[in-house]
Design a protein around this ligand. Sequence first.
Ligand SMILES: NC(=O)c1ccc[n+]([C@@H]2O[C@H](COP(=O)([O-])OP(=O)(O)OC[C@H]3O[C@@H](n4cnc5c(N)ncnc54)[C@H](O)[C@@H]3O)[C@@H](O)[C@H]2O)c1
Length: 669
Amino acid sequence: MNAFQEDILAGIPDILPEPRPYDHTVSHAPRRKDILSPEEKVLALKNALRYFPQKHHAVLAPEFAHELESYGRIYMYRFRPSYEMYARPIDEYPARCRQAAAIMAMIQNNLDPRVAQHPHELITYGGNGAVFQNWAQYRLAMQYLATMTEEQTLAMYSGFPMGLFPSHKDAPRVIVTNGMVIPNYSKPDHWEKFNALGVSQYGQMTAGSYMYIGPQGIVHGTTITVMNAARMQLRKRGLDGDDRGGVLFVTAGLGGMSGAQPKAGNIAGVVSVTAEINPLAARKRFDQGWVDELHDSLDELMPRIRQAVAAREVVSLAYVGNVVDLWERLAAEGMHVDLGSDQTSLHNPWAGGYYPVGYSFEESQKMMAEEPERFKEAVQASLRRQVAAINTLADRGMYFFDYGNAFLLQSSRAGADILKDGQFRYPSYVQDIMGPFYFDYGFGPFRWVCMSQDPADLAKTDALAVRVLRECAASAPDSIRGQMLDNIRWIEEAGRNHLVVGSQARILYADCEGRTKIALAFNEAIRRGDITAPIVLGRDHHDVSGTDSPFRETSNIYDGSQFTADMAVQNVIGDGFRGATWVSIHNGGGVGWGEVINGGFGMVIDGSDDSARHIREMLFWDVNNGIARRSWARNAGAIEAIRREMDRTPGLRVTLPVIADENLIKSVL
Ligand SMILES: NC(=O)c1ccc[n+]([C@@H]2O[C@H](COP(=O)([O-])OP(=O)(O)OC[C@H]3O[C@@H](n4cnc5c(N)ncnc54)[C@H](O)[C@@H]3O)[C@@H](O)[C@H]2O)c1
């Protein structure tokens, strides 16, 4: 057994590891709000110490008190492992079942410093999207996974491994819940408090569910969105939607997911300009080749934008500074912008998600910790200015869309001029694009990870996926053939675009038929030995069925049910007994704590008959649950899709809506 395996099996080591010096070369989570009362600080320390034998308390108590004081949280930095953090090939994990080994690889990928936003604070993306609350939880969870059998299930409570409970082979190996609190205690400050106490965490979507695959996941979604937004605009002007040269797209954020925007802009063939206030985040994306040029000065950047647009260059430019300065300059200089959006972390506006204009990055960090009220005012004033500049450009023809980061919501709460006739002035990308063209037909961000971590296996999966999608496209109705062709093009170019950061993963958008046939083809290839190790199947929670989020995933539900969360909860329960290897359900993700309920799954396939059965049963439910709900909400695409599915699947019987005559209703009210 090697040192890595011994370390995993040791869990929380009996002998205290040496304290780890604070590493300034990685990006750290901002200092969190000092939210606990003196009595609650006692509770937080008591909570932290319960992971360790009493003999260590005298050393750990002052250390944890210092962490709480300095960072607003107890991360237990001393227990961060000294081995390198990355997804290893499945056989390198100490394990008694391969499913658990695969989950360990997925967890380590979410904490890989090349992938994670604040790796030492166990944050994968979105500023607060946590895998665990502290390093003791990580160590315990890995130890449980390394020792569990196929007859046990691990219960994960917001990063805390409650333990292994007897179950059975077909049951999920892990059940994850993140941030599930009583609804009345679901305001942002409740998160701050419960998280500081060490009893709850914000799992985002794929952070706390071990399903993040680096920025690739979001590159694909963003590419589809930018491409279709540009197409819509060009066609409105009577131009060819597929000739996108010289289209200008302006946005903000080069963080966890937002960092995908420049790459997506390049794949979609446009000129993109992305503002990023954090120089470390900007540099990371530049070094990874995800953005082509960094500019500190607007005086330099403005002529460069003009030049790129005029020459119809396909290029991604970044402004290292505040996005409000960029928008105001564009408005002042009378520039024409075609597409505009924003991906600052406005789901988390008061704790580092959004940096107000007029302050340096460091000044903002200090203010948010020491003067939270003043910080809040600065953020709101900044949003008002940002919206004013965006409105000016929109009046000149720019198409602006909310990219699911609560920009419209937070701007309206800040009193910005964002409402017209009681509605938001701008649509969300789900209302105009993702909902009607993708989710309503069951298309969503299906993904897979090769557990050999071998690029050759990934290339084989790409080829299989293209073959299957071509077959599906050949017999697809017109309403969905275009979506399939875009995805075929994406996957054909995926290898060339060097999209892998971290584990050997791939994403594409497919419907139920596509996902199932692709997964079965992989399973066969594993069975034959063409693919050398198991594959993990999964998806983003941001999907047709996984997420109830009234201002994002379910913003194109118009029957009033967009504020309910039955679909996401049903989804996870249904996946849990149909063959998922792990399931997760979260409060918060994308648009903020208390604003969304979302869930997901992971499924390890190993070439067996059991895997084939799990694929058929679980993927079917995982997609069609959401289509059925969208159909009941009277969404035309979803009605078409579920009717088609009922024709194909004798066991499926879904309640369909009867459309009432609006005039009749008006006449009786
Ligand atoms: N719906 C979707 O599919 C989707 C996709 C991607 C992101 N999102 C949302 O977008 C947001 C961003 O996600 P992320 O993972 O990139 O978060 P992140 O926190 O990693 O990145 C946001 C970046 O914005 C920068 N920033 C903040 N304020 C700024 C300002 N005023 N000017 C310039 N830069 C500023 C931050 O420094 C940070 O690097 C989240 O709210 C997320 O939920 C949604």
